[in-house]
Every structure is written in C-alpha cells, then in structure tokens.
Design a protein around this ligand. Structure first.
Ligand SMILES: [Zn+2]
Length: 131
C-alpha cells in the first residue's frame, strides 16, 4: 500500500476532510482516512526525542515513513486546544453577562436555559475528552 497510489490518497483525504464536522477533537480526527484509529505515540528519533505525536495505527504498525497517513505532533495539537479554551472563556464571560442581566430582570426561564446550555457544554467536553 505505497508508492503509486498518490492520486487516490489525495482524493480520500478530501473525503475525510469534508466529514470533519462530527469527529474532530482538538484538531485530531478519531480515525485516519484509511479507517484505522489515531494513536498517541512517543517519538524515539534523535531529532525529536520523547516528543509525543498522534499517528495512524496502521502506519505505526507498519512503521511507514513519508506516507500520507495521519500524523500530528501533540504539542502542535495543544495549540489548537489553547485556542479552544480561549473561545470557551469568552463563552463563559458572555454567560456571566447574561446571568447578571437575567438576575436583574428576573428572567428565570432564560436563566435556566443558559445554565442548561453551560451544563451541556461541560458534559460534552468530558465526553469528548474520554474517547
Ligand atoms: Zn492511516
């Protein structure tokens, strides 16, 4: 499964990126385009000793190099997470704002809707982290 299949693989990367909406967590998809799981691994190379990365399970098993299976350094992935956390902080700031407003005008329905929303986000985050 290597060498002359570059056209096909470009096509399948295109397909998987159009499916990103559901399965991407912190920029890391759950599966490679080939259908194998993405594994968190540790580099043993001299260039990047002990640097952690995500890798397609198939490519890791076959010890593939310069292939087009999924690969991403974890520290680079964490940058995405930091951006995500910033967005979340802004979201919570906004919720505080709405809460303060709701308290003032006694809009209890709105208050419970907002609290429910925050709880939902929290539950989803825990759920997504435990994959
Ligand atoms: Zn793969």
């Amino acid at each position: 499964m290597s060498g002359d299949s570059s056209n096909t693989s470009v096509a399948s990367i295109g397909v998987s990126s159009s499916r990103r909406r559901g399965g991407v967590i912190n920029g890391i998809p759950k599966r490679c385009w080939c259908g194998e799981e993405i594994l968190p691994l540790m580099s043993k190379s001299d260039y990047n000793p002990y640097r952690r990365y995500f890798r397609c399970a198939y490519a890791a098993r076959k010890k593939l190099e310069n292939d087009n299976h999924f690969f991403k350094w974890i520290d680079e992935a964490l940058i995405n997470e930091r951006v995500q956390m910033k967005v979340e902080k802004e979201l919570f700031d906004k919720v505080d704002e709405v809460l303060a407003e709701a308290k003032g005008s006694m809009k209890k329905t709105m208050l419970s809707a907002v609290v429910g929303c925050v709880v939902l986000v929290g539950v989803m985050k825990v759920f997504l982290k435990s994959w």
